[in-house]
Write a protein that binds this ligand. Structure first.
Ligand SMILES: [Fe+2]
Ligand SMILES: [Fe+2]
Length: 253
């Protein structure tokens, strides 16, 4: 934990968020924009907004508790659990993480000549968002569903005929190679922000945006790693096994 919660309630919001950007997210979750009350303390803002201070501080502590499954656990988990876990990540990105960052970006008005790149970030972020949602939709509707069908057929050892045409039209091997070789969707934003460096950034609102983007980038890397190194190798193995099985059935007939 970055800051002991006992010390934070009398600190100015500006100082608190500057030391620990996650407080900006915590305040946001309670309907408070940190940048509107930089001079108030947590105690004061909680009183004004009628928020229970202990719930707010408790929520900050809970953000340090990870509910993530580690790589080794996922490696030995059934493929359906891996898919459920990846879908859970998707929903967290789309419903929680990205709307928050989008809100932060759209509410920051930097006239400041110091940050000329911010105009580009404001322009590029919605485009990235759109591409990212498309990527997720394609995975969930098309790829994950196909892998789950293969897995069901393997477990039940039935319905091979139903998969015959799907296997002709979809190559998980190709999809896996493409996924492995494609650049991170965040590469443009990484370049624009010089790898999220906050060294020369004074504006606190912008600092929080950079730290949130960096955090998301790291979470996305882990997510893609699970897809590339756990899900897809196992899905390709399933695809090969079932293709072989169908070939054998047709030879027998
Ligand atoms: Fe994904
Ligand atoms: Fe992906």
């Amino acid at each position: 934990m970055f800051l002991k919660t006992e010390n934070v309630e009398n600190q100015r919001i500006y100082n608190l968020v500057d030391k620990d950007f996650r407080y900006a997210k915590v305040l946001d979750s309670f309907g408070i924009n940190f940048y509107q009350y930089p001079e108030l303390t947590i105690n004061q803002v909680c009183q004004i907004k009628g928020v229970d201070k202990n719930s707010l501080l408790g929520y900050r502590l809970s953000l340090d508790e990870s509910f993530d499954l580690d790589f080794e656990t996922l490696k030995t988990s059934p493929i359906n659990l891996v898919i459920e876990y990846l879908k859970h990540n998707h929903s967290y990105f789309i419903k929680n993480k990205l709307p928050y960052i989008k809100g932060l970006i759209s509410k920051l008005d930097v006239e400041d000549k110091l940050y000329p790149f911010f105009k580009d970030l404001k322009f590029i972020f919605p485009l990235f968002y759109e591409d990212f949602v498309d990527h997720i939709l394609e995975e969930e509707k098309f790829i994950f569903t196909h892998i789950q069908n293969l897995s069901r057929t393997k477990v039940k050892n039935t319905d091979h005929a139903k998969l015959f045409f799907a296997l002709k039209n979809i190559s998980l091997k190709e999809i896996a190679d493409e996924h492995m070789n494609e650049d991170s969707e965040m590469s443009g934003i990484r370049g624009l922000t010089k790898n999220y460096s906050i060294e020369n950034i004074e504006n606190l609102h912008l600092k929080v945006i950079f730290q949130e983007l960096k955090d998301f980038d790291q979470e996305l890397e882990i997510h893609s790693d699970i897809e590339n190194n756990i899900l897809f190798p196992r899905a390709v193995e399933l695809e090969e096994g079932i293709t072989e099985k169908i070939r054998n059935i047709s030879f027998l007939n």
